[in-house]
Write a protein that binds this ligand. Sequence first.
Ligand SMILES: Cc1cc2nc3c(=O)[nH]c(=O)nc-3n(C[C@H](O)[C@H](O)[C@H](O)COP(=O)(O)OP(=O)(O)OC[C@H]3O[C@@H](n4cnc5c(N)ncnc54)[C@H](O)[C@@H]3O)c2cc1C
Length: 454
Amino acid sequence: MTGHQTAVERLLASYRAIPEGAPVRLAKRTSNLFRFRDEIQAPGLDVSGFDKVLSVDPEARVADVQGMTTYEDLVDATLPYGLMPFVVPQLKTITLGGAVTGLGIESSSYRNGLPHESVLEMEILTGAGEVVTATPDNEHRDLFYGFPNSYGTLGYALRLKIKLQPVKPYVALWHVRFSSAQECVEAIDELGAEVDFIDGTVFGGDELYLTLGRFADTAERVSDYTGQGIYYRSIRDRFVTPRWLRPDGPPTDALTTHDYLWRWDTDWFWCSRAFGAQHPLVRRAWPASKKRSDVYRRLVALDKRLQTSARVDRWLGRPPREDVIQDVEVPVERLPEFLEFFHREIGMSPVWLCPLRAQDKWPLYPLEPGRTYVNVGFWGTVPQKPGRLPEHHNRLIEREVARLDGHKSLYSTAFYTREDFWRHYDGATYRTLKEEYDPERRLLDLYDKTVRGR
Ligand SMILES: Cc1cc2nc3c(=O)[nH]c(=O)nc-3n(C[C@H](O)[C@H](O)[C@H](O)COP(=O)(O)OP(=O)(O)OC[C@H]3O[C@@H](n4cnc5c(N)ncnc54)[C@H](O)[C@@H]3O)c2cc1C
């Protein structure tokens, strides 16, 4: 804690040193945002002293964690005690503070809600330059509830106390294949209630899988997808149909709990194929330590900077491509409509599904508590349509999500008008919070940051 106090004092001094009117930004080594901005020359806030797990209390099952600690480090600190956070986002360098302010999700979200729902207390450096502790029932409860989906525009989380859950050494998996979205939807609530983890992968309108996971003390055969094997492909090879699903029967696959938590990181879901990393020869040569989402993300950032893919497309006379990298949530019963729209208008595959139920009300991302939604994640590019806006497909998605009473995450690009945006993300509450915690507007406004890409 002494080290933490010193880091807080250093941070406060560097915050005060930033001239008024100059933008305040985090100087962080990693990011999982998908809004690429021009490099900013001004020095950012040095938050390098905020990347440690301060303590794990195995009796109380809580951890005290600094805001910029990656989930990779957090999991490494808790697993030896047979514990893990209630929700561990799939990408290793997502930080606890980033997941709470920017919304995370994973296959335990049907059972446990979103990462911010197992936070007990947060120490926050506000835009006003004060360090406050916010809990669900103290004088800063408005900030506690308004923090998720504020993307660092109200303040930065420096330390968080979170609840932990017990784990077993293995996760047994059942990949269940469905031949229509309707069948898949009908199974979600029934199956989700019985397992520790549930997510899904869609390869086409008539090929959808739900993957059910249950903690297990033992496993007969344990797979490893960090070498030549590729996790998302294994789903198509090892499945059962609903008719033959026996939850107490043998699983279709099993992983250690550690490998289960990072199953999607090794190949950045399936996105590593863009770099050739799934070709057997390239894969053999690609060092295991570099099969990681942050490595692929750095490659994408480099490509954007050098415009390599765009130039190659131009040389080959191909149309320019539009990035379609988004996560959206739709109410479970509207999923078939969304997928039908998606296959017809966007046509990318695979697509990730993750059922979730929020446990409480969080105004800036207003999901109805207790209602089942499905997160749909898709990360790729499609050819731009001649005569259409370069962001045509992204705009179609925004409209469809709104029509289906869903929500869109803000880690990537967004194109809402100011008016629509504040209707979706509770402008009234945000304005009150901004007035209270960042009255001088030292931090960006949420719309400017997430839509205007400032
Ligand atoms: C391809 C792709 C797939 C994704 N899939 C998933 C997924 O399946 N599950 C999932 O959970 N998430 C997913 N994400 C989203 C990811 O969780 C969010 O982008 C998250 O905000 C990233 O956290 P980070 O720690 O990397 O933060 P950064 O990328 O560094 O920052 C994100 C934002 O949060 C702010 N911020 C960072 N740290 C703090 C802090 N301590 N306090 C306050 N504000 C802070 C930053 O200012 C910035 O605006 C995905 C993203 C991508 C690009």
